[in-house]
Design a protein around this ligand. Sequence first.
Ligand code: HEM
Length: 643
Amino acid sequence: MALRLVLTAVVVIVLYNVLARYRRLARNISEAKASGLPYVITLWNVYSMFWLATNAIWLPLLHKLPSFCKGLWLQILDPEWAYRFGHEPFQKIGSDVFLVVSPYKINAFVADAETNTQITTRRNDFPKPLDMYGALDIYGKNLVSTEGSDWRMHRKLTAPAFSEKNNELVFVESLHHAKSLLRLWTGADGKGDTTITDPALDTMRFALYVVSRAGFDVRVFWPHEEEARANGQFAEEKTDTNSLSVTSEVPEGHSMNYREAISELLENMMWTQIIPPKYLPMSPFKLHRTVGQSVKEWGQYMSEMYELKKTQVLSGNTSVDGMDLFLSLIRHSNILTDTNSRFAKSDLLGNAFVILLAGHETTANAIHFSLLFLAMNPSCQRRLQQDIDRILKGRNPQDLSYEDDFSKLFDGMPAAVMNETLRMFQPVVNIPKSTAAGSPQRFTMDGKQYTMPGGVYIHLSGAVHRNPKYWAAPASNTSSNDTFPSKYPDIDTFRPERWLTGSTKPQAESTPDDNIDGDLRGPPGDEPTSRLFKPVKGSYIPFSDGYRSCIGRRFAQTEILAALVVIFSQNSVELAVDEFASDEEVERMPVGGEERKAVYEKAIDGAEYLLRNTMGSVITLQLRGKKIPIRVVRRGEERFSFA
Ligand code: HEM
């Protein structure tokens, strides 16, 4: 009897849900029809936690369906479709804005520049969907996870830390840490005859150290620096008096070192969305317990930094030269002097956490992918090196100055490589926006009016970077890589030269964001040059655009360009070929000959496959579970150089 009752209850609940979903689907379809936009129906909401966590199980099964059942719906069930298929789904549906209707949500995808600009400039009509940012609130509210007046308050609090003066410090720190990264890769003798198996891990370490120092005045030491310190051979900098120094040692009162704590947390942050952090330590699974521990550990590290800065502010001992985010946050929050301050300690920790998070993985990936692309395109790498020689004029990269040299880096191949990498690999593949429930919004595309339904998640798709409307192919279909020409269409190919127009006039006008208040804008993001290609406004959005665009844009650009100039001034990056030939075998092959070329071609094909098929986003787009090993060798000592 009891069993029958339970079964009946289950059946009733299931039927009720099916009916509710059916009615929701019917309503969503009618809203999609009224919008004037084309739409596709799927049975799941692609960006629900369930689908994000389990799609790797279902997608291979769905791909086994007979081909007549497959279609666009299957392509867009891949959460990474915008990266994987680029503009193709938009072409198939015949519009640069379309809706995906499910029994849960409507998702809208945009690859149209004009629509992007309307969405990013009408902040109140198209707010950020805050429910997608819950994971970022672990330590407190912040400027990424807030909207409206709360966001303005957080942006005003954080913007002063992102000044041009601070970018100078970012430049100096990036030059220093890039040199250390090279030391790690090429060894004390600088020969670099060993394979770097996980370059992504090392670029992540580089970016963490830069943002730690430039953002928090935390000095993290590289292995060779730790060794030198232990031997008493390390010259401490004068400005280090206020800095917090951290090494690979686990400090007293901690169970993880600084780098482990933040890396573990970022790697597995998704779990904090599924299980509230305070319950993670009680989980029977070791992974959950480790994530719980990393949340606690990183909170403790941030609290220690905060207390140190507080003491410095209270004692007037704040002689730090440059950016110190905590100092800036403490000062601008008035938290120490005004008992009625609008801010609490959690706001400061919340912002410190997201700035570290946003400012570390994104930049690290951009550097990592630049290295891989350049390794796969040796002739393009040579062009970059020649341009770096032109800028350096025999100087050591460490002698460059932000004031005099940054604009030169931005005027040539270094910036072209950076922009092209971010075109191909936009770290935030879909920039999330929304419309409020019950608040449909009109917008214009190609002179025609459409209505974005209310309660929709909007994704400003990275596919706009591969929309032929904005990215014209060169007259002849030549790749920048003459030795290993691309097998893909120009738009899906890394070709930094597309940014070097050689003309002093912009190719297309990019209107400035005049309507953003000065104090919310952060440092200038526009390129300090007129020589680089200027894409149509809204067609190139790696840093988003408008009000909610990246506050760290110049920080990131400074860091990436400094890293490129240090790495490529004296060195070349090659793919490791260990999988295909041993060092001895390569040695026996004639230099520049067909045998070496064939081996290198295999390595390029392997890297190309992994980059096209094994990328995924947790926070940003990265290789998931795969590595592409490289070698960093002295210029002139390349193993795979072909005339
Ligand atoms: C290549 C490097 C970077 C890329 C591609 C990038 C991209 C982006 C994008 C697309 C957004 C908008 C995200 C959204 O609307 O959900 C954003 C926002 C943000 N970024 Fe970056 N970013 C980079 C580097 C940095 C750095 C170095 C920092 C700080 C040191 C930083 C701090 C932030 C912050 C705080 C926001 C939120 C701004 C707001 O909502 O007001 N980013 N970034």
